[in-house]
Design a protein around this ligand. Structure first.
Ligand code: DP6
Length: 324
């Protein structure tokens, strides 16, 4: 089989309510549901072609031939797709990120969403959005949220079938800006994968999980009503809860740097001055500062001045994964 090359594009996403911890680590069935926003300005573009002349899968990332763990992760994912499409043909995968890996922004969500769409089509499958989201989840949990567009909820579910994401509002619903405040461009020492696997060792994780339905509800309402104050409150609380679990895991995970805290305090100071803004932090030291579009200029200016900040990227709500 030699397929025509298929190219897909997907955006990374920022979690407003975080996924942390699995009930099934192989299937990536999360311990709790989560909500996110796709980031329009950032994307991964992936081109896939199956070719019976290949002796193994090939993976080229930003022009560099990849091997080791990166290639293994892609091959395992292609194996799921080969299973579904009933083929054994290897594939050539070429992928580009329009944001440098060193920007401290995880590319696994956009990467596996784009790979799932391009590879499933190239293999002759016509998965609907739900099927694609389920498939992307197998590559990286948060990738299932990069398949639908705009503001997205991942329903945790209890099985492969039940665990997928869907759009709860389109990108144009609310012009929120994510100012990504980069304080470190180094690769993190502990991957999310390892972090998820020890989340249950924190005595705080059960309390965090138990309270998740309330936070999800509050986040959904804030989004529907475009109530930034309500959103800010729940987003910061959710991020603080996840980092409390991380810090009290065994071994403890501390992703923050001194500059991370400096940015948090600068966001609080902004609010004292009447600017609407809130922070949320993933498994790394960089801070996502959310604000309404009308406050973005001021937030950018203040954040770029914080000592130790390397750069600030501005992102708006983004659409779904699409074929190019
Ligand atoms: C802190 O989806 O990157 O960003 O399934 O192991 O690839 P894997 O983990 P991943 O975990 C994301 C963790 C987070 C929170 C979130 O995005 O919900």
């Amino acid at each position: 089989m030699i397929s025509n090359p298929v190219t897909a594009i997907a955006h990374p996403n920022i979690a407003l309510i975080k996924y942390w911890g699995d009930v099934d680590i192989t299937l990536h069935i999360p311990a709790n549901g989560s909500i996110s926003m796709n980031l329009d300005e950032l994307f991964t573009r992936t081109c896939v072609a199956f070719d019976s002349g290949l002796k193994k899968d090939e993976f080229i990332l930003d022009g560099k031939e990849m091997g080791g763990l990166s290639l293994d992760r892609v091959t395992i994912h292609l194996d799921h797709i080969r299973n579904l499409a009933k083929t054994e043909t290897f594939a050539r995968v070429e992928s580009w990120n329009n944001f440098p890996m060193s920007a401290g922004i995880a590319s696994s969500a956009s990467g596996f969403a784009a790979l799932s769409l391009a590879a499933s089509r190239a293999a002759g499958l016509q998965l609907d959005e739900t099927g694609l989201s389920r498939l992307a989840r197998r590559g990286s949990g948060s990738a299932c949220r990069s398949v639908p567009g705009g503001f997205v909820e991942w329903q945790a579910g209890k099985s492969d079938q039940e665990s997928y994401a869907l759009s709860i509002a389109p990108a144009k619903h609310w012009d929120i800006v994510d100012c990504i405040v980069v304080v470190s461009e180094e690769e993190k020492q502990t991957s999310s994968r390892e972090g998820h696997s020890i989340a249950h060792t924190s005595v705080l994780q059960p309390a965090r999980i138990e309270d998740t339905p309330r936070r999800l509800e509050s986040c959904r309402s804030a989004l529907m009503e475009q109530d930034f104050e309500m959103l800010a409150k729940v987003v910061e609380q959710d991020s603080n809860l996840m980092h409390s679990v991380m810090m009290t895991s065994n071994p403890p995970l501390i992703y923050w740097l001194p500059e991370t805290l400096a940015v948090i305090l600068a966001v609080k100071a902004l609010r004292m001055n009447g600017i609407q803004a809130c922070y949320t932090i993933d498994a790394g030291p960089n801070v996502h500062v959310l604000c309404p579009e009308e406050d973005a200029k001021e937030v950018y200016q203040r954040m770029i001045e914080v000592r130790g900040v390397k750069k600030v990227l501005i992102c708006h709500p983004g659409g779904p994964a699409v074929i190019e």
